[in-house]
Ligand binder design. Structure first.
Ligand code: SAM
Length: 294
């Protein structure tokens, strides 16, 4: 620290906002964190040290960025709002190992960013208080691009966190749970009340840690096909998988062929999508693919 209060303290946050006459843009999901305990929990969950790198998405005025700079060896923060860049460059000037990029994370070539900013860094984690309007696209981009990532620790809407971490059988379990769990092991770190943000968001939040898998938990011949089958089984949650699969893959046929294939996969046709494990989806996709059904 440079003898000043942390950026994230309520006093300094208000000071920065006033000094730079910053006005919040709701459309960019701008809710800044002002709770020191929550920030500690986020940074701890990322398991950083000076040999690690941190990629932050949406640094705002730098509350979390500063904590990351005090822990990690290299920090890159990608912020879409041009108005925040001079503020960030100024308040983060005591931390030369922080790089601020003015970009939309959904448009950035992340492989290139990793090569440029994290060459020589042993491992990299993504740590962020995400803008809620684009949480899922951002996380799916990070996971699908198969970046060399260790952990992803993010603050997101509580309901979305619960869906990501859900097990088969419950109403939260769906295609998002399966997609996230295919690439990572999710774990809820803590729930977060609205009162720790300026301004307060409309929804409850939670911090989730996704431990990125080196290998998927199941063997899948064609990932695109696997995810299509999963999607198809959840098109109408209240319908059985036989009905959902029939609508997607066998609209003109009777049920015999579909039932034979389900039997081959060892799955009862009367089950609902929310009861199937990731292993069962992998088996189902394998059987359908081998029968040329795609
Ligand atoms: N990290 C800060 C904190 O915790 O106080 C701010 C978090 S705020 C919830 C989300 C931040 O993401 C905002 O600064 C917003 O401008 C930025 N943002 C929104 N969409 C973005 C995008 N597509 N790419 C990069 N940053 C984005």
């Amino acid at each position: 620290m440079n003898g000043r209060e942390q950026i994230s303290s309520p006093k300094r946050t208000k000071e920065i906002i006033q000094r730079y006459k910053f006005s919040f843009k709701k459309s960019l999901g701008q809710n800044f964190l002002i709770d020191q305990n929550i920030l500690d929990k986020i940074v701890e969950a990322a398991e950083l040290d000076s040999s690690a790198g941190a990629l932050e998405i949406g640094p705002g005025i730098g509350a979390l960025t500063e904590r990351l700079a005090q822990t990690a060896g290299a920090v890159t923060a990608v912020e879409i709002d041009r108005r925040l860049i001079p503020i960030l460059r100024d308040v983060l000037s005591p931390y030369p190992h922080v790089k601020v990029r003015n970009d939309d994370v959904l448009k950035v070539d992340l492989k290139e960013l990793f090569a440029e900013d994290f060459a020589g860094v042993e491992r990299v984690s993504v740590v962020a208080n995400l803008p809620y309007y684009v949480t899922t696209p951002i996380l799916m981009k990070l996971l699908e691009e198969k970046l060399p990532l260790d952990n992803i620790v993010v603050m997101i809407q509580k309901e979305v966190a619960e869906r990501m971490a859900a097990s088969p059988g419950g109403k939260e379990y769906g295609s998002l749970s399966i997609a996230v769990q295919y690439y990572s092991e999710p774990e809820l770190v803590c729930k977060v009340p609205k009162t720790v943000f300026i301004p307060e968001p409309n929804v409850e939040s939670a911090v989730i840690r996704l431990k990125v898998r080196q290998q998927p938990p199941v063997e899948v011949a064609d990932e695109l096909h696997f995810f299509e089958v999963v999607q198809a089984c959840f098109v109408q949650r209240r319908k059985t998988i036989a009905n959902n699969l029939k609508a997607r893959y066998f609209p003109q046929e009777g049920r015999e062929r579909l039932e034979a294939l389900l039997a081959e996969a060892g799955i009862e046709p009367t089950r609902r999508g929310e009861t199937l494990s990731i292993e069962e989806y992998a088996r189902l996709s394998g059987v359908l693919l081998a029968a040329g059904i795609a």
